[in-house]
Design a protein around this ligand. Structure first.
Ligand code: ATP
Ligand code: AMO
Length: 398
């Protein structure tokens, strides 16, 4: 039987009959180190090819300076189903499932309902430049860049609190560590009573709920990922830290960054701000409130006291944006005016603008990139590690 077993190709599916014995000796390289399997019979259920494009033991080796010691990213992604068999990847996608589960659990507990909205749409919501066009019988349609317009329309239809989890498409030729052309958006929207800060509070608490549950319920998985990819444990405060955009800019200026109050944050400035906030407040998660109006989409509510600013916010993990959100304009005339100013074609968003003509409550919400949350929670360096079958400008398969 030993001879027969030795001839079975690696990664084949086998059935084994035998018994399990506990052992005293600990085998460090093995994740199951306190038991032994004594085989009596072995059957090959499905044989794997004799030559594998990558070996699991190579793919799970910690990343070192020696590039030969591990498997490079393209080989992994080209042979993704083998790569996904590593203990690290099995753990990453359990953690990612946790991100969605705890997002959903928290919001359902708070009386949000889950909705499903179209992904084939007639108009771009986030500006026209980065939208994929598809032919739709005799017409032209687009792949949704965000569920933005529909989640707001659900609010105007009296569903006071909604969320949706679904694919989001961005035709941006961004070959970076954190941009995909298709990602999973975790979006929510809610009517509020007095102030949009009620919504910031709900979202801040929701992130704390997600982080705590990942930390407490997926400890083993987090440790497994940490054995291959070293990083500092993710730190957060309860309640979450909220600073204004102005305070963030001030902190950057005090540390040598040359920028004006209303300039957009560059990627390096975002990263530096993350490090400065970590030093000062000991948190990897924070919220920046009150962004300059000029850098936000047309549906963002201007600050009623000063039109230079807006009632909008971003949330960050380890110095990278993971959520963008705002109070929305719920007055149809102002909405049309803002859309015109931003060059959005009113004809294409008529039903969206009209939905505010029949009574619409003040509301706010936000959109989260799921893969970014998993990547940054685990301190990983590339979003392709947290997207099971990633789509980027250069990759459309597998
Ligand atoms: P959003 O989620 O709002 O789209 P984002 O981070 O994906 O945010 P932008 O808001 O378009 O993208 O840009 C934010 C930052 O990302 C910018 O400061 C820009 O420097 C950086 N960025 C965007 N695309 C690229 C790129 N192709 N290469 C390098 N940096 C980029
Ligand atoms: P925004 O465009 O900032 O906002 O997107 C929301 C969040 O989605 C993630 N994200 C991405 N993840 C991977 N690859 C990309 N190319 C990519 N682009 C964005 C980020 C980002 O914070 N409608 C608004 C949301 C709202 O206001 O409710 C919107 O889509 O984590």
């Amino acid at each position: 039987m030993v001879k027969f077993s030795a001839g079975i190709n690696k990664e084949s599916i086998i059935d084994v009959e035998g018994f399990v014995r506990t052992v005293d000796q600990k085998i460090e390289s093995c994740s199951q180190h306190d038991v032994e399997l004594h085989c009596e019979q072995v059957w090959v259920v499905s044989s794997a090819a004799p030559r594998l494009p990558l070996l699991i033991e190579d793919a799970v080796r910690p990343e070192t300076d020696d590039a030969l010691a591990t498997v490079n990213q393209d080989t992994r992604l080209d042979n993704r189903i083998l790569d996904l068999r590593t203990t690290t990847n099995q753990a990453i996608y359990r953690i990612e499932a946790g991100v969605c589960k705890y997002f959903r659990d928290y919001l359902m507990e708070k009386d949000f309902i889950e909705i499903h909205v179209p992904k084939i749409i007639s108009a771009a919501s986030e500006g026209g430049a980065n939208v994929f066009t598809v032919s739709y019988f005799k017409d032209k349609a687009y792949l949704a860049q965000s569920p933005q317009l529909y989640k707001q329309m659900a609010i105007t239809a009296d569903f006071d609190r909604v969320f949706t989890i679904g694919q989001v498409f961005r035709a941006e030729d961004s070959n970076t560590h954190r941009h995909l052309t298709e990602f999973v958006g975790l979006d929510l929207e809610m009517a509020f009573k007095f102030h949009y800060h009620e919504v910031i509070e709900v979202i801040g608490d929701m992130f704390v709920h997600i982080f705590k549950n990942l930390r407490d319920n997926l400890q083993e998985e987090i440790e497994t990922v940490g054995r291959q990819y070293k990083s500092e444990p993710f730190k957060f405060l309860e309640p979450s830290l909220v600073l204004t955009y102005k305070e963030g800019v001030r902190l950057l200026r005090d540390n040598g960054v040359d920028m004006g109050d209303e300039d957009d944050l560059s990627t390096p400035a975002e990263k530096l701000l993350g490090r400065l906030i970590k030093q000062k407040y000991d948190t990897d998660f924070f919220i920046l409130d009150k962004f300059p109006l000029a850098v936000r989409p047309f549906y963002t509510m201007p600050d009623p006291t000063d039109k230079k600013w807006s009632n909008s916010y971003d949330m960050f993990m380890r110095g990278e944006e993971i959520l963008s959100g705002a109070q929305r304009v719920h007055c149809p005339d102002l909405l049309s005016e803002r859309a015109k100013e931003k060059g959005v074609d009113l004809e294409h968003i008529k039903s969206y603008i009209d939905s505010f003509r029949y009574g619409a409550p003040p509301h706010a919400g936000g959109g989260i990139g799921m893969e970014r949350v998993t990547m940054l929670f685990l301190g990983l360096d590339n979003i392709r590690k947290t997207s099971m079958f990633p789509r980027d400008p250069k990759r459309l398969t597998p």
